[in-house]
Design a protein. Structure first.
Length: 301
């Protein structure tokens, strides 16, 4: 008798089906890749979906210029190992070209400006679908997304105008100028990702595991010291043993104290927490309850 599928097999099967739907329904798809665990998982799923062939779409990174060096090194190495086309477009170039106002403040994040660079990149290459690693469990605005999330000709997202997705049927029909963001692991949760990474033996950037780092202690947040943050008189700077639950910009992604130096230990930590990864680590999401939704409406992936 065939072995019984476990829940990771079912999640993987759904995600591979979505990847193949993208390849079948769209002419110029791309995979948004940051070097974080979720986009790394997407690459693994794409490899399985199209083997023995290569991934049939490029990896696209919208580089804010505030990235963790470990994530950038991993990004370049993985693309090279896979022989995948890597497209990098920089927010700093968009700021100069469009005359945008550079964010200021203690933790000045360029995340809101990523939307301009992403939309320019979509137009430059004519992408009609962008695959992203967002999951519904991350944040309330993420939970409103469909797997095929339609954006209008201005790149904007309207949560009230999303299409029903019954019986795993995904409608990718779009008008000229429209775009679809696709989220193959939308139904996964953080623990699913880690269990899948463990099962598949996926290599990750070192910052996901415990290491000693100099951090600025800002309330409950531990922010990595870098040239991108402003240090004020009275700020507390300490060396702590930390790791990262999610990889974003150094300006707005906080570390968590941890001694987890392997995946089993990380899974144990996640099982013991009741705070989402973005809730515990993303300073830019604390601006308002609708911070993420506002960014998404303006084109953020």
């Amino acid at each position: 008798m065939p072995s019984k599928l476990d829940y990771l097999d079912l999640l993987e099967s759904e995600s591979i089906h979505i990847m193949r739907e993208v390849a079948g329904q769209f002419e110029r798809p791309a995979l948004l890749f940051s070097g974080g665990k979720d986009s790394i998982t997407l690459v693994q799923l794409a490899l399985k979906a199209f083997k023995p062939g290569k991934i049939p779409f490029p990896l696209v990174h919208i580089d804010t210029g505030h990235n963790f060096p470990e994530a950038l090194e991993y990004r370049d190495r993985l693309a090279d190992e896979l022989g995948a086309k890597l497209i990098v477009r920089k927010v700093e170039d968009t700021i100069k070209a469009r005359g945008l106002k550079e964010p200021v403040g203690k933790f000045a994040s360029r995340n809101a400006l990523q939307s301009y660079t992403l939309l320019d990149t979509i137009e430059e290459f004519g992408f009609d679908a962008c695959i992203g690693g967002a999951r519904r469990d991350e944040e309330k605005a993420r939970a409103k997304e469909r797997i095929f999330s339609v954006r209008d000709e201005f790149g904007q997202w309207d949560p009230k105008k999303q299409r029903p997705e019954l019986w795993n049927l995904y409608n990718g029909k779009i008008a000229k100028g429209e775009n679809v963001r696709v989220f193959p692991i939308s139904n996964w949760v953080e623990l699913d990702v880690w269990n899948y990474i463990k099962r598949e033996g996926i290599e990750l950037p070192s910052i996901y595991f415990t290491h000693e780092r100099e951090v600025l202690v800002h309330g409950e947040f531990l922010v990595a010291m870098s040239e991108f943050i402003r240090v004020d008189e009275g700020d507390v700077i300490e060396k702590r043993k930390v790791r990262y639950r999610t990889v974003g910009d150094m300006t707005c992604t906080a570390a968590v104290e941890s001694t987890a130096n392997n995946i089993d230990d990380i899974i144990g930590e996640i099982n013991r927490t009741n705070i989402s990864e973005r809730g515990e680590t993303r300073i830019d999401d604390q601006v308002s309850e609708a911070a993420m939704e506002d960014r998404k409406k303006n084109g953020y992936f």
